[in-house]
Design a protein around this ligand. Structure first.
Ligand code: DAK
Length: 255
């Protein structure tokens, strides 16, 4: 298997393990990622960390050697496969954190963009260089990048295919933080900031924010009222409010 899935405490860890090709995404690997995400859904975990093996790359993008001489139908299916696999992260019951340790190009950036959060090592370099190959992003980059950094910046990054280094990525909101030292430790610490809260309520928060950019404000507000009422109906909401009044730490039970 080129994609490894392990459990470390209450976290699932998905590792792209093809360092000789800088963890490039063949179609077989894309399918393995999809299967691994499906398995996360059955694991008793509170967040998913995604990383790339080796110290050089998170993922250097789609496997370019595999992209040539394909029929248009196969290409379209390939794009749909990548999109569907990355969209599984949206629907996963737990948040995902991309730990970007080096290059994150093309499909590699798109995988990171599909995660709930992104942490980068100081040597991380993002980019959507498809334009240099005569292509445009096909695994969600044209849709998710502008939602994170704004249309003007996204167009500039996509149309020039330029590199975005870690520091700039943090400045423009492409990553949540640049972290020195061990990225896995940093990811574990980052996850611990939210994983102690109620899982179903965390999921409602993610849903509300994710869907915000899909709908007009008045519809989004209506959705927020519905989802916040759902959160209110959980036992965890009752526990959280009781704990406040009783001046004690809340004991959430994910229900
Ligand atoms: N695909 C296949 N192999 C790759 C690769 C990639 N994306 N990136 C690197 N490798 C391989 C290299 O070929 C090399 O293999 P060997 O020659 O040793 O066999 C090995 O990994 C080490 O790479 P380098 O020797 O090049 O290492 P360097 O440190 O010198 O350079 C680099 C690192 C990341 C700057 C360089 O490798 C690089 O520029 N890589 C390509 C980056 C890139 O352009 N990625 C693809 C972006 S496009 C679709 C539509 C669009 C797309 C997909 C589907 N559909 C409609 C279906 C586009 C998606 C993309 O991701």
């Amino acid at each position: 298997m080129t994609v490894e899935l392990t459990q470390q405490g209450d976290l699932a860890v998905l590792t792209l393990n093809r360092p000789k090709a800088l963890n490039a995404l063949s179609f077989a690997i894309l399918k393995e990622i999809g299967e691994a995400i499906d398995r996360v859904a059955d694991m008793d975990v509170r967040a998913l960390l995604i990383t790339g093996a080796g110290d050089k790359a998170f993922c250097a993008g789609a496997d370019i050697k595999e992209l040539r001489n394909r029929s248009l139908v196969d290409q379209k299916r390939g794009a749909e496969l990548g999109q569907a696999v990355f969209a599984k992260l949206d629907r996963l019951q737990v948040a995902s954190i991309a730990l970007v340790n080096g290059y994150a190009f093309g499909g590699g950036s798109e995988l990171a963009l599909a995660c709930t959060f992104r942490l980068a090592s100081p040597n991380a370099i993002f980019g959507l260089p498809e334009i240099k190959l005569g292509l445009i992003p096909g695994y969600g980059g044209t849709q998710r990048l502008p939602r994170l950094v704004g249309e003007g910046r996204a167009l500039e990054i996509i149309m020039t295919g330029r590199n975005v280094r870690a520091e700039e990525a943090a400045q423009i909101g492409l990553v949540n933080a640049v972290v020195e030292g061990d990225l896995m430790e940093a990811g574990t610490a980052f996850a611990a900031k939210f994983t102690r809260y109620s899982l179903p309520v965390l999921e409602l928060a993610r849903r509300a924010v994710q869907r915000a950019s899909d709908m007009p404000l008045h519809e989004g507000l209506e959705m927020e009222a519905d989802l916040s009422t759902l959160a209110y109906r959980t036992n965890d909401a009752e526990e959280g409010m009781a704990a406040f009044e009783e001046k004690r730490e809340a004991q959430f039970k994910d229900g």
